[in-house]
Design a protein around this ligand. Structure first.
Ligand code: 3JN
Length: 349
C-alpha cells in the first residue's frame, strides 16, 4: 500500500490513518518516525507532539516539514493511532487520546499491568491486540527482548523457571544518557573528570547494577517489570522468574544472559533449530568461528539475536542462552509499530 507519499505526489484513492507521535523529539520518538517510514506504515495525517519545551521544533517526514506541537488533550481530536514514546505524557494523556477515539500504543509502564490493557509482543501474543479497550501497552525493552526466544522454548518444552541478568545499553535511559556516556569517555581520555548527571555514578568504564528505582525485596522496578510483564505476555503466572538488571557502558542494544529450566528435555541442538526457524529471531551461534551476538553489531536491526545456546548440566532440564537486540528498535519503537500494524490488520481501530 502506498499512501502519504502518493497523496503528496498527487496520487489518488489512497487510504491511511491519522497518526500522532507523542514524545516525537526523544530517542524513542525519533526511532518511531524512522520505523513508520521504513515499514511504509499507512500514515495519512501526522501530528508530532512533545513537551512545551520541545514545541516549535521542526521535523521532516516523507519530505514534508512538521512543527512539533505541545501535547494537549485536544491535539488528539481526529487521531486514529497515537504512539506514545514513553514518559509522563502517557499518564497525563493516553486516556484522553483513547477517549477521543484513538487507539493508543503506549511505551511507558503506566498501563502495562492493567487487566484491561493488552501487553503485546507480536511474535508472542499477537491476538491479544483484539482485546484492547483503547490502550495497548508496549512492554519494557528488556522484557520484549527476552520473551521472543522464551516463547519458542516454552511452546516446545514448557518453561518452569528463568534466571536472567541484563547488560543494558545507555540508550535505554534516553538521549541525555547517550550524551553522558559520550561526554564521559571524551573527558576521561583527556585526563579530565567524568561528571555523572543522568546515572548515579560514572558509567564510562563502569557497570551500575541499578536500573529504575529500588522496590520490594530490594529488587529494582526494572527487575520486577521483567518478572510481571513476562508472566502476563506469556499468559502463565506459573513461570518463576528472577532478574538482575545492570547498566553497561554500551551505546545501543541490550544484552541478556538467560538461564532456563524446562519441564521437558530440550537439547541445545533442538533449541537452536527451533530458534533459527522462529519469526524475528536470528541465531548466531558458531563457537568454532567465534560467532555470537554482540551489541556492537546488532544496532539498527529489528531482530532478536540469540547465541551461546548450551545445555545447563546443573539441573535436569536446563538451557543457557545469550540474547542481544536493539533496545530502541525491537525493544521499543519497532514493537510499537508492529502492534499498530496488527491493529490495522485485525481491523480493531
Ligand atoms: O533503562 C532502560 O534500559 C529501560 C528503561 C525503561 C524505562 C525508563 C523510564 C521509565 C521505562 C520502561 O519502559 O519501563 C519507564 C517506565 O515507563 O516505567
Amino acid at each position: 500500500m502506498k499512501l502519504n507519499n502518493n497523496l503528496l505526489n498527487g496520487g489518488i484513492d489512497v487510504k491511511g490513518y491519522n497518526v500522532a507521535v507523542v514524545g516525537a523529539t526523544g530517542a524513542v520518538g525519533q526511532e518511531l518516525l524512522k520505523i513508520l517510514l521504513e515499514r511504509d506504515f499507512p500514515v495519512d495525517g501526522l501530528k508530532l507532539l512533545a513537551t512545551e519545551r520541545s514545541a516549535g521544533k521542526k521535523i521532516e517526514f516523507r519530505g514534508r516539514e512538521y512543527t512539533v506541537e505541545p501535547t494537549t488533550a485536544e491535539a488528539f481530536e481526529g487521531v486514529n493511532i497515537a504512539l506514545f514514546a514513553g514518559g509522563s505524557a502517557s499518564k497525563d494523556y493516553a486516556r484522553e487520546a483513547a477517549g477521543r477515539g484513538a487507539v493508543v500504543v503506549d511505551n511507558s509502564s503506566a498501563f502495562r499491568m492493567d487487566p484491561d490493557v493488552p501487553l503485546v509482543v507480536p511474535e508472542v501474543n499477537p491476538e491479544d491486540v483484539k482485546l484492547h479497550k483503547g490502550i495497548i501497552a508496549n512492554p519494557n525493552c528488556s522484557t520484549i527482548i527476552m520473551v521472543v526466544p522464551l516463547k519458542v522454548i516454552h511452546d516446545a518444552a514448557r518453561i518452569k523457571r528463568v534466571v536472567v541478568s541484563t547488560y543494558q545499553a545507555v540508550s535505554g535511559a534516553g538521549k541525555e544518557a547517550i550524551d553522558e556516556l559520550d561526554a564521559q569517555v571524551r573527558s576521561l581520555a583527556e585526563g579530565k573528570e567524568a561528571v555523572p548527571e543522568v546515572f548515579p555514578y560514572q558509567i564510562a568504564f563502569n557497570l551500575i547494577p541499578h536500573i529504575d528505582v529500588f522496590s520490594e525485596m530490594d529488587y529494582t522496578k526494572e527487575e520486577w517489570k521483567m518478572v510481571n510483564e513476562t508472566q502476563k505476555i506469556m499468559h502463565d503466572d506459573s513461570i518463576r522468574i528472577t532478574a538482575t538488571t545492570v547498566r553497561v557502558p554500551v551505546f545501543r542494544s541490550h544484552s541478556e544472559s538467560v538461564n532456563i529450566e524446562t519441564e521437558k528435555k530440550l537439547t541445545a541442538a533442538e533449541a537452536k533449530e527451533l530458534l533459527a526457524k522462529a519469526s524475528g529471531v536470528i541465531v548466531q551461534d558458531a563457537p568454532e568461528k567465534k560467532e555470537y551476538p554482540m551489541p556492537l553489531f546488532t544496532s539498527d536491526r529489528d531482530e532478536v539475536f540469540v547465541g551461546r545456546i548450551r545445555e545447563d548440566n546443573s539441573v535436569e532440564n536446563g538451557l543457557n542462552i545469550w540474547v542481544v537486540s536493539d533496545q530502541l528498535r525491537k525493544g521499543a519503537a519497532t514493537n510499537a509499530v508492529q502492534i499498530a500494524e496488527l491493529v490495522v490488520k485485525y481491523g480493531c481501530l
